[in-house]
Design a protein around this ligand. Structure first.
Ligand SMILES: [Ca+2]
Ligand SMILES: [Ca+2]
Length: 126
């Protein structure tokens, strides 16, 4: 049974409480729910939420570990190290066309999107 049924706005409120650096925008939460919503209900049940939260925690750790300059953003060289830790170098390509310094929110949204895309892709090709 699922006690939890999290819509994007509730997720937004949850992340405001938990992420030190300002949390995620409502738009970012909407896309994270869409990415993790495998049961296609428009909301996250507890299993989907645990999956998302695990990823956010992992990516947040990597972000803060690789932000050696302690600026709260990742420069190109910091991002390379972060991506190397995750193991998906195609994200760097995307980063080249962006502003040059990546915030925690953008980092997590971007990595999550790539990870979900590549796992769907792998699923199809297997
Ligand atoms: Ca769902
Ligand atoms: Ca930095």
């Amino acid at each position: 049974s699922n006690i939890l049924d999290l819509d994007p706005f509730t997720l937004y409120l949850v992340t405001q409480r938990d992420l030190k650096s300002g949390g995620f925008s409502v738009d970012a939460c909407r896309s994270m729910v869409a990415l993790m919503d495998t049961s296609i209900t428009g909301k996250l049940n507890s299993e989907e939420f645990v999956g998302l939260w695990g990823k956010i925690t992992t990516f947040k750790d990597i972000f803060f570990r690789t932000d050696v300059s302690r600026t709260g953003t990742l420069s190109m060289s910091e991002l390379r190290n972060a991506i190397a830790a995750i193991g998906n170098l195609s994200i760097v390509v995307k980063f080249r066309s962006s502003s040059g310094h990546m915030s925690l929110e953008n980092f997590i949204s971007l990595v999550l999107r790539y990870e979900c895309m590549s796992s769907k892709y792998n699923h199809v090709t297997q």
